[in-house]
Design a protein around this ligand. Sequence first.
Ligand code: PLP
Length: 484
Amino acid sequence: MTDRQQTGYHMSPEDFRRHGHALVDWIAAYWQRVESLPVRSRAAPGEVAAALPGSAPERGEPFAAMLEDVERVILPGLTHWQSPNFFAYFPANTSAPSVLGELLAAGLGVQGMLWATSPACTELETRVLDWLAELLGLPAAFRSDGGGGGVIQDSASGAALCALLAARERASDGAANERGCDRRLTAYASTETHSSIEKAVKIAGLGREQLRIIPVDDHFAMDAGALARQMAADVAAGFTPAFVCATVGTTSSTAVDPVAAIAAVARRFGAWLHVDAAMAGSAMICPEFRALQAGVEQADSYCFDPHKWLFTNFDCSCLFVRERGALIRALSVLPEYLRNRASESGAVIDYRDWHVPLGRRFRALKLWFVLRHYGAEGLRHHLREHVRLARWFADQVAVHPDFELAAPVPFNLVCFRHRGGDAGSEALLERLNGSGRLYLTHTRLDGRFTLRLCVGQTHTEASHVEAAWAAIRAAAEGTAAPAG
Ligand SMILES: *Cc1c(COP(=O)(O)O)cnc(C)c1O
């Protein structure tokens, strides 16, 4: 019998084994050679699309043909986020145990919308998020055995939206659920807060005019005094402060908002405090960083992304809430076809009520594999090493006559400039990224063009950061040379 007679058009178990092993080999080999590939993709717009057929195939093709096209068509169109010379944006790092957990989740293919649809999918997630709350030194109230708990979301953006919806629900005593958003609710963020908060405010129906943008100090951290004055003015004008976002590690420069001072203001005005530690939250596994988020005990919700800097591939964002009731009231609806005895008993968690989608995949598996493979000790080792390398780089910049630091370096991101000004820094960046040897991105701080170097790819080591610094100095000499 041929395979096709046995399995219809499906891939046979034997072929799956064969191709699966080949694919794992391909990934392992990719990780070994990725360092030699140009980090930023050189593909021109439309180039990848032009290499693909205009229609789906009528007849099935062999797996080998797909793998060949991955090599031929896809690879040149990739920016290699897993290159140890990737220093751009924030990392989206991954690791072998994470990829294996992802593969297993796909193979099991369970849909964990309710406890009843796969008890292990829910209970593993609850347990792993409790582990993480403890590892990060978060308040006990954020654990599932307190009044709160954690949930895996698709992104920090989705998590912020859910926190805002819970805050809206709490500030309106449930009226927002019934009659739509009360136009008198206000939300607060700083000039440096991630754009996802503005997006959440739009989606939640508060309206952008109800989002107050608070100024920052000269280290790009929110001015808590200005926040208090704004809230007082809003209350006097008949508004209800409902939500404030404090950031630990802003996207632009990893600035750290004064969480304790912001928490005191939020509490005085009855506003929900969300702490967005999307990237820097991972560092809290190392106790020496926790002073930077002192005051987190007062927060209503906290979010960080293991898919940025905790060796867990995208997507995996963790949202912790102090009081799960507000979140669940904001997001729960119950159609007849989802009714079941376990849910009605109140003895189980149904995570569908903790985020926007109904369906959910088994993302806790990869996080569980990562935590068990590395152990807390292994995670601390690698995070500390990344921070050490970033500080080493910052020290070189600080003493070099042609460069200057543009912001403090509390974690793994260095913001710096060429003293030649915006045009010089911009030309330097293009020259570096065009070389393919490394990839950095930029931001603007105090209105000035600023280069960012973030150390966070899983396999970035001292040699890569040293080579980056050498390349930057060499490119600066080239850039500074008189044109023509
Ligand atoms: C990256 C980032 C986000 C958004 O993260 P997603 O998970 O991609 O939505 C939000 N806040 C901060 C501070 C970030 O750095």
